[in-house]
Design a protein around this ligand. Structure first.
Ligand SMILES: NC(=O)c1ccc[n+]([C@@H]2O[C@H](COP(=O)([O-])OP(=O)(O)OC[C@H]3O[C@@H](n4cnc5c(N)ncnc54)[C@H](OP(=O)(O)O)[C@@H]3O)[C@@H](O)[C@H]2O)c1
Length: 264
């Protein structure tokens, strides 16, 4: 951290929402620790962030490897990096029926979306509480508000993130530390290339409402700075989340499947 600039760590900073959250944080006075597997795009981002006066540390880490979060926490400690804002953004999805899914992709999704987020937060939160200062963000999704046939594990992983985040945020009241769960809806990033869901009605239909990652990050930073517990991006996504939460499953399961199903 440079003089008077708080330090923010962003996982999944090599593309999409994570890269744009790093831009927002730098613009708003933070230095950065950028974490993902691909170092080159993070090095390019670190160069770009200098225009905001930000110093960035690039750490290449594969968060799908068991123990990656504690190794990362150890590396921060050995480099003397004290994190004021932890942005758990790294994540991936996959479409298709669960029983036909790639078992390697299943464990990768669990490790990145669930285990790394949980373990990294458990490692860094005690220091924040001790210092009575800190901001944590969990990037969940509107996918977390209802079960999602055709993306079952992804939706379940985001339901975990939402539930864990809301509960920890409540536990943290009065500590000086806040936790914000950010719930974007469909967003233009590399996500659909990885998940192979770009042809689903969610992204590709006349009524699809797809946001830019810059807009998601702008809203996310504002919610983080305000210490808001949950922020759903955009009016349509708020409606989608509410209907997912309150519709009978007999309706929401077939509707969600129709929306999430990608063409083979
Ligand atoms: N795009 C959407 O429609 C959407 C909607 C709601 C929520 N979200 C959530 O937003 C978050 C960011 O996704 P995005 O849309 O910005 O997609 P993205 O462009 O594909 O970015 C995903 C990021 O996660 C990192 N990542 C993936 N696997 C990793 C691993 N094993 N180890 C370390 N980092 C890893 C990627 O970096 P490397 O590949 O370099 O490792 C990349 O920086 C995710 O949690 C996603 O679930 C996305």
């Amino acid at each position: 951290m440079t003089a008077n600039r708080p330090l923010a760590l962003v996982t999944g900073a090599s593309s999409g929402i994570g890269a744009d959250l790093a831009r927002e944080l730098a613009r708003n006075g933070h230095d950065l620790v950028l974490v993902a597997r691909r170092a080159d795009p993070m090095r390019a981002l670190a160069e770009e962030l200098k225009q905001f006066g930000a110093t960035s540390t690039v750490i290449s880490s594969d968060l799908s490897k068991p123990g990656a979060a504690s190794a990362l926490a150890g590396e921060l400690q050995s480099r003397g990096l004290v994190v004021d804002a932890l942005i758990n953004n790294a994540g991936l999805g996959a479409g298709g029926r669960f029983h036909e899914s790639d078992p390697v992709r299943v464990s990768e999704m669990l490790e990145v979306n669930v285990v790394a987020l949980t373990e990294l937060t458990r490692a860094l939160l005690p220091g924040m509480v001790q210092r009575a200062r800190g901001r944590v963000m969990f990037v969940a999704s509107t996918a977390g508000f209802q079960p999602g046939p055709s993306m079952a594990l992804y939706c379940a992983s985001k339901a975990f993130v939402l539930s864990l985040g809301e509960a920890i945020a409540y536990e943290l009241r009065g500590t000086g530390v806040t936790l914000t769960v950010l719930c974007p809806g469909p967003t233009h990033t590399e996500f659909t290339d990885v998940a192979k869901t770009g042809s689903s009605a969610l992204f590709d239909s006349p009524v699809a409402s797809v946001m830019t990652s810059a807009e998601v990050a702008r809203q996310g930073y504002k919610a983080l700075a305000a210490g808001k517990r949950v922020h759903i991006c955009g009016f349509i996504n708020k409606m989608v989340a509410a209907s997912g939460r309150f519709s009978p499953r007999a309706i929401s399961l077939p509707v969600t499947e129709a929306i999430l199903k990608a063409e083979a």
